[in-house]
Structure formats: structure tokens, C-alpha cells
Design a protein around this ligand. Structure first.
Ligand code: SAJ
Length: 569
């Protein structure tokens, strides 16, 4: 494949060595799939993939594991173990600690976790890795222009400012010595291989040649999804808004469910009907392992994981830190609402079952998502801490999570954690289903058998009310009211959702205008709102961005309107 940069020289693209920095839930499947695909670009030899891992106490073991042909990701990950084994057996995949191995790489994928610190991105670990990469690339062969692809989530404008500047400070000039690109991951624990293979993916860069090169490479592994080419800042905006909008839609549903629970209305009937009216439906009301993608999402005991709690902040970082007054933001409101969810779940339990103080409570599911070992920002841990404060004897159960899990240790809940289901259930007065692991919903008979005298709180839409109530067991859960909704209420929820869609679009348009004014350094790098709508719609978990509209008062129903809309004007 030929490509041309600003010097006008026509070059042939050759890919014989691919580096992948950070074998986590993003880097591990990407490395394995790229190696397994035996990619030949500009050479007769299949490209070899070399993974770089920091030599830390918690993760250094991954190097040996990969070199022995083992995936380093726990939980149920269909396909991943065998792909890693085959790629290592075929001598196409290896791992090590030494960044100098990447000096002659043609492509480097960066899959180091990014985070937020207050209202700013926390690029500590990312920059640690990039500095070592930059040092290694100072010894690159003169004729090579490595393409550095960020799979990591970046706050909008990062690529054209802090990241470009970092490489520049090591004498590596974008568009001359290196090409900076991004293809933000859309992975999902439990479906890592499937997501890369079938999902649409954004491929972007600062130079217009870069997305074409990345597409050419990724076409080998994204075999059933589309690759959408764009500029870096658009990809940064789309990536962060997808999760920010998910967070907003969960907050929306959480407020509606709280109203329903207070008034004994069946939230799931409301959700089905309103999503029908919106034309944004899914199967998640009935299937606890269906990833919700309809308009209204499903409120649970909180919003965990690494991405949703931070990406709204990353999206608005530049505005928040530039403007003197507090930001006028639905995205920030949603954060507060969702952070309050574990406490709301406890209040709902107490409303139904009476005071919980001093009781023995077992939380089933410690990972933040089903069938996974991932405990990052897990609401189960937050709920456990709040229950401990109320004097409860708390047990956390999870068969996927390791006893040495870093978050169990960090929050000092390792001593109340067990993988023994029978023990966890038998000792409890109250069972809280927090994560819809298959192990739980395939075992309803076990829970029925052991639920005598206990109360059951369904915090993750795992069971239907009648399953337990028919056996006389005290059961409640988020959104499990008994009455069907009135037409007036349905219409209010529908109108409120439309109000939220427009409000979110208006907020996003402001962000796009702000970013363009300050950070789009040429026409190629400008963000177009229509493009953002089009690219967000390619997210497989549903991300319909409405058109902007007039700023009008929020709908009300018998004096109730959503806190999500309480924006200072
Ligand atoms: N949640 C709800 N209700 C819902 C959906 C989710 O309460 O209806 C909660 C979950 O229980 C969990 C949290 O939100 O605690 C996050 O779960 P998630 O399934 O929305 O997303 P993640 O964090 O596992 O992965 C997201 C994914 N984004 C989307 O689905 C839009 C994934 O595609 C991204 O690759 C990933 O973030 C990432 O790395 O950014």
C-alpha cells in the first residue's frame, strides 16, 4: 500500500512488527487477534506482535503467561484463550518488559488505561509508557515512520496538544517521524473477541493519511464491522460521548424508577412502552445478560466499570477547566445521580423490609458486570461499605473475582469476601443480587431452596418478582412495582426522554463549538456535529444523538420533574 505525507514523497507501507503496550482487556484481545490474523502488508512475512508490559508487582506476571500461550484475562471470554495459544505456538505473539524491542516497530498500539483525577484526565500511567516508547523510537531506523495507534480513551484535544507535544519533546515530529492515530476501543468484558470482530470501529489520525493506514491494518481483524475514518478530535469526542450519554440515560432511568418504586408502578412496563415509542428497543427487560441498548437504560445499584464514571468528565474537561463559573451540564448532574445509586438501593430495601441495621446481608456479585472478574468502581463494593457503616454484617460473593483482587484490598473488604456460594447464602438474613452472573440466574432453584426466612433484593434485574413471591419469600427490587403505568405517566416519561435528548445534543454542540474554536488547527481536524451524530450511531450499544433544539422548560407530572434537568441558568 502506498501513502504520501506533506513532503510529497510516495512511500510503501510495510508492517512486519506490531507493538502492543498494555495487555489488559483492550490490549490482550487486540494483540492476540492481530497476531492470529497473520497479516502481510508490504512483506511476504506475517507481522509479529510483541506485547509490552510494565514490570509491576500486580501485573508483571502477564509476560510469562503470554509467552506460555495463556490469555491474561479472567472471567468467561469466548475464543480468547485459544487465539492466544495458537498465536504463540505459531511464533507470532510474544511479550516482554523492554521498550527497546519497539524501536523498529512499524505500528504500536497503545492500550494503557487512562483515568480522571478531579475534573482532569489522569494520564500518569499513559505518559509513563509513552515516554519509554519515545525514548525507544529515538533509535528507530531512519526510513521508518511508525504509526502509533491509541486504543486508550483520550479526552478531546489530547492528541493534538499534550500527546503530540510529548513526542515532539523527544524530537519525534508528527507527520514527519511518527504518525499519531486513534481508534478508541469499544470492548466489553465477556465479549472481548466478538466485540473487536463484529463491532464498527472508528479509525482516526492527526494527518489525513493515518486513518487510511489504520483501516488497512484493522480490516484484517474487524472482519464483520465497518471502519469509519475520521480525524482524532472527532474520535475523541465520539468515544467519550458514547459513555457519557450512557451515564445520562442510566441517571434518567434511575430517577424514573425511583418515582415508580415510590408509587408502586412497574418500571419495566414503562421502559418497554417508552422505548417502543422512541423506536429504541432491546431485549434487556427480559434477559439479564442482554447488554441494554434501548433508549431508556436499566437502573441498577450503581454505575461501575472504568469508563462510564469518567468519560463525561473527560468529554468536558477543557470547558470545565477553562470556564470560571460552574458548568451548566446534564452530564455532570448524571454523575451525581448515579453516584447516589447504592445509597438509594439501600433506602429502597429498608422501605420494603424495614431497617437493615445490624442485619446479615450478602451481596451476590462483586464484579461490576456480569460473568466478569472486573471490580473497577464496582457499586457492590460501595454498597458493602455503606452497609458496614450501618452496622450490618456484610458478605461479598463472587466466583470470578480473585481473593487478592486489588479493589478488595484497596477498600479493605477482602476479609468479608468469599467465593463459597453456599456459605455466603446460608449465613444471610438478606440477599442482594448485584451482578447478573450466569451462575446466579441459572441457579434459581438453589436460591429458592435456600431463601426460607430471608428477604431478597434484586438490584440487577436478574429475576422476576413471581419466582420468589409464589414461594412466599419477601422479594423486592429496583423497578419492581406492581401497578401498570397510566397513559398520562407514559406520555410524561416519553416527553421527558425527548427533552433529555435535545438537552444532551445542545450540550454536545456547545462542546464541539468550543473545541473547534480552540483546538482544531486545520480543516481536516475540525469536528462536525453531523459527523458526530453519524459516528455515535455506529456504537453497538445504542447511541442516538438527537438534533439540537430550543431550550424549553422540562415536562412535569403531578409536581414531579427530573433532577437531571436542574441546570443553573
Ligand atoms: N449499567 C446500568 N444500566 C444499564 C447499563 C449499564 O446500570 O442499562 C451499569 C452497569 O451495571 C455497569 C456500568 O453501567 O456498572 C457500565 O456498564 P456498561 O455495560 O454500560 O459498560 P462498560 O463500562 O462495561 O463498557 C463500556 C461500553 N460502552 C458502551 O457499552 C456504550 C464499551 O463499549 C466500551 O468499550 C467501554 O465502556 C470502554 O472501555 O469505554
Amino acid at each position: 500500500m502506498q501513502f504520501t505525507l506533506d513532503d510529497g514523497v510516495e512511500r510503501t507501507w510495510t508492517v512486519e512488527k506490531i507493538g502492543v503496550i498494555g495487555p489488559g482487556i483492550v490490549g490482550m484481545p487486540m494483540a492476540a487477534l492481530l497476531a492470529d490474523a497473520s497479516i502481510k502488508i508490504g512483506s511476504q512475512k506475517a507481522a509479529r506482535v510483541h506485547v509490552i508490559q510494565r514490570n509491576s508487582i500486580s501485573s508483571g506476571w502477564k509476560v510469562d503467561a503470554i509467552n506460555q500461550g495463556r490469555s491474561v484475562i479472567g472471567g468467561i471470554e469466548p475464543g480468547l484463550d485459544s487465539i492466544v495459544r495458537e498465536a504463540v505456538d505459531n511464533n507470532l505473539l510474544s511479550a516482554g518488559f523492554d521498550y527497546s524491542e519497539l524501536a523498529d516497530a512499524d505500528v504500536v498500539l497503545v492500550a494503557i488505561q487512562t483515568d480522571k483525577a478531579g475534573f482532569e484526565p489522569d494520564y500518569g500511567p499513559l505518559f509513563g509508557g509513552l515516554k519509554e516508547l519515545a525514548v525507544a523510537l529515538q533509535d528507530k531506523p531512519a526510513n521508518k515512520i511508525p504509526v502509533i495507534i491509541f486504543e486508550s480513551t483520550l479526552a478531546p484535544s489530547s492528541m493534538s496538544t499534550v500527546i503530540k507535544d510529548l513526542f515532539h519533546s523527544y524530537g519525534l515530529i508528527e507527520g514527519r517521524d511518527i504518525l499519531l492515530g486513534n481508534s478508541p476501543n469499544r470492548v466489553m468484558p465477556g465479549r472481548l473477541v466478538e466485540r473487536v470482530t463484529v463491532s464498527d470501529k472508528l479509525v482516526a489520525g492527526l494527518h489525513k493519511a493515518t486513518p487510511t493506514l489504520i483501516s488497512h491494518l484493522y480490516r484484517n481483524i474487524v472482519t464483520k464491522g465497518n471502519l469509519f475514518q475520521t480525524n482524532s478530535m472527532t474520535a475523541e469526542v465520539v468515544k467519550t460521548l458514547e459513555n457519557a450519554y450512557r451515564d445520562v440515560r442510566i441517571a434518567f432511568s434511575s430517577e424514573i424508577a425511583a418515582y415508580c418504586d415510590f408509587n408502586d408502578i412497574d418500571f419495566y412496563a414503562v421502559r418497554e412502552e417508552v422505548n417502543n415509542r422512541l423506536g429504541q428497543t432491546d431485549n434487556a427487560c427480559k434477559d439479564p445478560n442482554c447488554v441494554p441498548s434501548g433508549g431508556m437504560l436499566i437502573p441498577m445499584i450503581g454505575v461501575g466499570g472504568h469508563c462510564l464514571p469518567k468519560d463525561g468528565i473527560l468529554l468536558q474537561w477543557r470547558q470545565i477547566t477553562t470556564q470560571p463559573q460552574p458548568a451548566n451540564s446534564m452530564i455532570l448532574n448524571a454523575r451525581q445521580i448515579n453516584d447516589g445509586a447504592p445509597g438509594n438501593a439501600i433506602r429502597l430495601m429498608e422501605k420494603e423490609f424495614g431497617t437493615i441495621n445490624g442485619k446479615k446481608v450478602t451481596i451476590l456479585g462483586t464484579a461490576y458486570r456480569f460473568n466478569s472478574e472486573d471490580t473497577r468502581n464496582s457499586p457492590s463494593i460501595q454498597m458493602a461499605l455503606q452497609l458496614l457503616e450501618k452496622g450490618c454484617a456484610v458478605t461479598l460473593h463472587d466466583n470470578y473475582v480473585k481473593e487478592t483482587d486489588q479493589n478488595l484490598l484497596r477498600y479493605e473488604v477482602d476479609s468479608i469476601f468469599t467465593r463459597d456460594l453456599e456459605k455466603a447464602v446460608n449465613t444471610a438474613d438478606c440477599l442482594v443480587f448485584a451482578t447478573a452472573h450466569q451462575e446466579y440466574f441459572n441457579n434459581s432453584d438453589f436460591f429458592l431452596k435456600h431463601s426460607g426466612g430471608k428477604c431478597i433484593f434484586d438490584g440487577c434485574n436478574i429475576f422476576q418478582r413471581n419466582l420468589f413471591e409464589e414461594d412466599g419469600v419477601a422479594y423486592t427490587g429496583i423497578g419492581r412495582g406492581r401497578k401498570g403505568p397510566t397513559e398520562e405517566f407514559l406520555s410524561f416519561v416519553h416527553q421527558s426522554f425527548l427533552h433529555m435528548e435535545t438537552g444532551f445534543a445542545n450540550e454536545l454542540q456547545d462542546t464541539v463549538d468550543f473545541l473547534n474554536k480552540k483546538y482544531a488547527h486545520d480543516q481536516f481536524n475540525e469536528v462536525d456535529f453531523g459527523d458526530v451524530q453519524r459516528l455515535a450511531a455506529s456504537c453497538s450499544t445504542g447511541c442516538v444523538i438527537a438534533d439540537t433544539g430550543p431550550d424549553i422548560s422540562p415536562p412535569q407530572y403531578q409536581g414531579f420533574s427530573l433532577k437531571l434537568f436542574d441546570l443553573p441558568h
